[in-house]
Design a protein around this ligand. Structure first.
Ligand code: PMP
Length: 406
């Protein structure tokens, strides 16, 4: 067999198979209860609204434009709808500040490409979204720890980055209901990240994939809104906001967006041209129609369902987990983060859990750039029904109790 290793570029050495992707294969087995996905419940998709929108499009000649290539920036009516929504979040902007991407995942890749030379440093949460690490890894960065906040000086971050052969280029974070922890940054943490990025003169990448999914508590301004309030207009800001329709309307259409200062958008457009020319025209046209007609009702509907599932999982954890296991109470999103005693390796536990309990979750180690966090696990509550949550947490509780009492 051909040996490819000397032919692949050095960047490929950091592209390892994703634990999440491997796990998703398990969702197909009927007896398995999966808390491993990071996905919406397909039963809640606004399927009728999509059916109507595609139907109407193909019932008219407008389908010809929708079947054609389109501008790299994205379909203007969709960008306008997004710009109007951003204004409601305290981010007044125009369509020149919006780029449509094929999911926000593509935006993370583009931002890695735009900012990171090999050896540069990305500041990330510890843990952080695995897909962001995968996207950035291709650009061969070092990682340093942004969160939980360590109160380090900007100079200290700079020195560490220089030791690793580059400079700090951006701080990446999710302000609302982060993947994998479900945690939300309070106002002072948001301001502190902006302070640090300003001191370092670097970008902030604000991943807002779960922003609409708040179940209780008061909404807080996005970091980009705080940046605008300080600097007097989006084109003076350093924060790059990545949004997505994946968690609200549908991940299958692959429609996300970047909202940022126009010069950043203009560079990203050039990257998009080189990458895929434009995101699916037809999906953008349909998404614009469905967003217009169904977004608010859809968000109301899924918030209600996911809130009940979160509460159901919290309740089941309370009843089934032994002493020594702790977890958080997320105000939104799709995940609960569990910490087991330090002696438990959650990757080993997963192997047994799949075999014996028929329950899947994501082991925490995958989300830490340095392989720590091996006693943690991420549980998803948006995809399984309340019945499955009850049953799955009871099985998992038994397995963990047994493991701890050995
Ligand atoms: N950011 C976060 C935090 C996510 O959890 C995900 C999906 N799991 C994404 C970005 C990418 O989502 P999409 O490309 O579907 O918008």
């Amino acid at each position: 067999m051909q040996d490819w290793s000397h032919l692949f570029a050095t960047r490929s050495s950091r592209m390892a198979a994703s634990e999440i992707r491997e796990l998703l294969k398990l969702l197909d087995r009927p007896e398995m209860i999966s808390f491993a996905g990071g996905i919406p419940d397909p039963a809640l998709f606004p399927a009728d609204a999509f059916r109507d929108a595609y139907g109407e499009l193909f019932g008219s000649d407008a389908c010809r434009t929708a079947l054609q290539y389109s501008v790299s920036e994205g379909y203007p009516p969709l960008r306008q709808w997004i710009a109007d929504r951003m204004a409601e979040l305290g981010i007044p902007c125009s369509i020149d500040n919006i780029l449509i991407t094929s999911g926000s995942q593509q935006a993370l890749d583009y931002l890695g490409k735009l900012f990171l030379s090999p050896g540069d440093t990305a500041l990330v949460g510890w843990p952080t979204y695995l897909g962001a690490l995968q996207a950035f890894n291709a650009y061969e960065p070092s990682y340093d720890r942004l969160l939980p906040a360590a109160n380090r000086s900007a100079q200290d971050y700079r020195d560490t980055a220089a030791e690793n052969g580059g400079a700090v280029k951006f701080a990446y974070c999710s302000a609302d209901f982060a993947n994998p922890t479900g945690l939300t940054l309070d106002l002072s943490e948001r301001e502190r990240i902006l302070d640090l990025a300003t001191d370092l003169d670097v970008a902030v990448i604000e991943d807002a994939a779960y922003q609409s999914l708040r179940y209780d508590g008061e909404p807080l301004p996005p970091i980009l809104a705080l940046d605008i309030a300080r600097n007097g207009g989006i084109d003076n800001t350093r924060t790059i906001y990545c949004g997505s329709f994946s968690k609200t309307l549908s991940p299958g259409l692959r429609v996300g967006w970047v909202c940022a200062a126009a010069p950043v958008i203009q560079k990203l457009v050039l990257i998009k041209q080189a990458s895929d020319l434009n995101s699916s025209t037809i999906n953008q046209v349909v998404m614009a129609g469905v967003a217009e007609r169904a977004f608010d009702a859809q968000v109301t509907k899924i918030r209600k369902a996911y809130r009940a599932r979160r509460d159901c999982m919290l309740d089941a954890l309370e009843r089934n987990m032994p002493d020594g296991v702790t977890w958080n109470r997320p105000e939104g999103g799709m995940f609960i983060w569990l910490e087991l005693p330090a002696s438990v390796n959650s990757a080993d536990l997963l192997a047994r859990s799949i075999e014996e309990a028929k329950v899947a979750f994501v082991p925490g180690g995958a989300f830490f750039p340095d392989g720590t966090g091996t006693n943690c696990m991420r549980l998803n509550f948006s995809a399984p029904s309340e019945e499955k949550i009850e049953e799955g947490i009871a099985r998992l509780g038994r397995l963990i109790s047994e493991t701890l009492s050995r």
